[in-house]
Design a protein around this ligand. Structure first.
Ligand code: HEC
Ligand code: HEC
Ligand code: HEC
Ligand code: HEC
Ligand code: HEC
Ligand code: HEC
Ligand code: HEC
Length: 360
């Protein structure tokens, strides 16, 4: 390592002085500087305060391929001070990186625990994380922040901290769990739950978008995004605040983070239609036709969305008919074996019957 050129001569002179004085006055040694004192200069002046200099400690380490091990002798095996009393972490909180830092879980957990101080990483790794003037170490090299075809993806991509890490940039849906923020992939874990069932066309209807259940951040630093788990669920479904038609019911959906249940959602059956204002009063067996207003649990799987869970077959207040006949009035929506065939017309916020579509 680079040490002050005159260090050895100073040390030699000091030793001579100490040796000669000791013989005459043994008390003088108490005035010698302690090992941790700045008076004992080990490094030259550019070492810690001139980042532009070739003899800056960073530049020196760069020139030797970041072999920080030799610093351990005096700065301690964990770089927290050692005999020098000078910790590296006083100036750069995350460097030298701990052993194994390059694996996703280690630096991912480090960042998560500190609520993602990404700007501190940019200091050395560059504003675009592609390697900076200080440390020319890119985050986007093969095996690290790249997609399945090796195309670079910034660590600020929406799929870095949650979702499918190797998905292509064009696949925005892949930013939804799994994996969860903490790396979970099982649907029984709250951070994963029924995301994938909602985000693709499923047995009951078409895909539900992120913004129907979340305030989606435009970028990683958007207000309200990075916070403490659990994530906020904010319903924003155009279907949910139903127009006050003949049903006059406003669903007011809500999510209960303690039970993990969604309550009062239109989709899961919080709706009603009135006989009094209907043009098809024959279809009623009561003054109201109502859904079951089911409260599905996010982690309960398909058991919480079976045919008949959101509304009866047929619904309460509807004339009794067998499942095989639904399609003979609700044209094209249900097959004779009771499956949904036109998913664009089921759970679409409209009454679909006799090839007509109208509001509740
Ligand atoms: C007195 C503050 C201070 C201490 C203590 C310190 N550094 Fe630095 N270090 C800096 C500054 C300032 C930079 C320039 C980058 C920046 O602004 O963060 C830097 C940058 C670096 C870099 C980046 C490479 C480059 O070319 O600049 C490395 C590597 C580095 N330091 C290693 C260490 C190690 C190892 C230790 C402990 C033995 C240490 N530093 C202790 C202030 C310090
Ligand atoms: C022979 C012991 C020794 C070794 C080896 C050593 N240092 Fe130091 N270092 C010191 C001492 C003592 C000080 C405090 C006095 C000074 O600044 O010279 C210090 C101070 C520093 C400072 C300034 C800290 C501050 O708070 O002002 C930096 C930065 C630094 N060292 C980096 C390094 C790096 C990087 C390495 C490895 C390449 C290294 N040192 C190797 C003994 C050492
Ligand atoms: C003071 C400069 C500095 C800071 C700040 C810094 N790094 Fe580094 N980083 C380096 C250097 C130099 C290397 C290459 C040597 C090494 O692995 O220690 C590196 C390597 C890495 C690697 C391993 C890359 C590889 O090729 O194996 C990861 C991962 C990493 N840094 C992540 C981060 C993260 C995340 C942060 C912010 C929390 C951060 N770094 C902050 C200087 C820095
Ligand atoms: C049907 C409603 C719904 C949709 C659609 C939805 N989410 Fe979620 N999301 C939830 C629920 C419920 C949770 C769990 C909240 C909790 O932990 O209590 C959640 C949690 C999350 C979390 C936190 C994960 C963790 O580790 O805890 C992220 C990230 C997330 N969602 C992203 C997305 C993204 C991105 C999309 C769109 C691609 C999306 N979500 C679509 C309902 C939804
Ligand atoms: C650096 C890591 C990181 C990146 C990159 C990231 N997220 Fe997140 N995201 C989180 C964490 C952590 C949470 C859970 C914390 C919380 O609920 O506040 C979260 C939660 C979410 C949620 C659930 C709602 C909420 O805010 O709680 C959505 C939706 C989401 N992120 C979308 C995105 C989108 C879109 C992007 C890209 C613009 C993105 N995320 C990039 C870490 C990240
Ligand atoms: C004989 C014709 C007929 C049959 C058969 C029939 N329905 Fe209906 N259904 C209707 C009519 C007409 C309405 C609309 C009432 C209104 O607009 O006031 C209706 C309304 C509904 C509604 C509430 C409003 C809507 O469209 O979302 C549901 C749910 C429903 N039917 C489900 C079923 C199911 C399930 C079956 C099979 C088990 C079935 N229906 C069989 C005629 C029928
Ligand atoms: C996740 C909740 C949910 C499940 C599960 C569900 N439905 Fe529905 N269904 C609804 C909602 C909400 C409506 C109200 C009308 C709309 O938005 O399409 C509806 C309406 C209907 C209608 C009336 C036609 C229409 O769309 O207006 C029929 C028929 C029907 N469902 C049949 C079925 C059958 C058959 C199954 C099982 C294969 C089933 N539903 C499962 C939520 C559900």
């Amino acid at each position: 390592m680079r040490t002050n050129r005159s260090l050895s001569s100073i040390t030699a002179a000091l030793l001579l002085l100490v040796a000669s004085v000791l013989t005459s006055c043994s008390d003088l040694k108490t005035t010698l500087p302690p090992a941790t004192s700045n008076n004992l200069q080990v490094h030259d002046d550019n070492w810690d305060n001139n980042a532009a200099s070739a003899s800056f400690h960073g530049a020196y380490l760069k020139s030797i391929g970041w072999q920080t091990s030799e610093c351990k002798t005096c700065h301690g095996s964990t770089y927290t001070g050692g005999t020098s009393g000078k910790s590296c972490f006083k100036c750069h909180a995350s460097y030298p990186h701990v052993s194994g830092f390059s694996t996703g879980t280690t630096h991912g957990t480090y960042l998560y625990n500190l609520n993602y101080p990404l700007s501190s990483c940019q200091t050395c790794h560059g504003t675009a994380y592609a390697g900076g003037t200080i440390a020319n170490v890119t985050c986007m090299r093969s095996g690290c922040h790249v997609d399945a075809t090796n195309t670079p993806r910034s660590p600020e991509s929406c799929n870095t901290c949650h979702g499918d890490f190797t998905a292509a940039a064009s696949n925005f849906l892949a930013s939804a769990p799994p994996k969860s923020v903490t790396g979970a992939t099982a649907t029984s874990v709250r951070g994963v739950g029924a995301h994938q069932k909602h985000l693709a066309t499923n047995a009951m209807g078409v895909a539900v978008k992120c913004q129907e259940c979340h305030a989606v951040p435009a970028q990683v630093s958007s207000a309200g995004h990075l916070g403490t788990l659990p994530a906020e669920v904010v319903f924003n479904d155009k279907l949910a605040p139903l127009p006050t038609g003949s049903g006059t019911l406003v669903p007011k959906p809500s999510y209960d983070p303690s039970t993990l249940k969604c309550n009062n959602t239109y989709c899961h059956g919080n709706w009603r239609v009135r006989k009094a204002t209907s043009t098809s009063q024959f279809a009623y067996s009561d003054s109201l036709m109502v859904g079951l207003n089911y409260s599905p649990a996010w982690t309960n799987g398909s058991a919480d969305a079976t045919c008949g869970s959101c509304h009866g077959l047929p619904p309460k207040g509807h004339i009794a008919v067998p499942l095989s006949t639904c399609g003979s009035c609700h044209f094209g929506i249900v097959s004779t074996d009771g499956k949904i065939i036109d998913k664009t017309k089921h759970i679409n916020g409209k009454i679909n019957v006799f090839d007509q579509e109208y509001s509740f």
